[in-house]
Design a protein around this ligand. Sequence first.
Ligand SMILES: [Zn+2]
Length: 122
Amino acid sequence: MIVLCNPRLLALLSGSFAGAMALWPFIVVRKPTDRFNASLMNHERIHLRQQVELLVVPFYVWYALEYLLRRLHSNGHLQAYQSIGFEREAIQNELDPDYLSHRKPYAFLRCLRGKAKSESHE
Ligand SMILES: [Zn+2]
């Protein structure tokens, strides 16, 4: 895991929304101290695993298409974002530091159905 602190790149790719982003093989964070945020790092490591499973580029295509589809059926950006299967898996498991050691391949597929809870996420 390679962590880069580059707020400009993060702003360029996500606007002001994301606090961090997984760009295989990197995790891009907004602030240097973000690398010590265990749940944030775990969330992004889950995305890195998803990206490897989909051979990276298809992950981003799928992510963008799923976001657009969910945006049509949601109450705005946050709900659409939280409903993406990749995000649902990462949000549901970011507090489990051992999650990746027992995660089944392509686990995000089980998170594709339904809408996100109204929980907030950075
Ligand atoms: Zn995420």
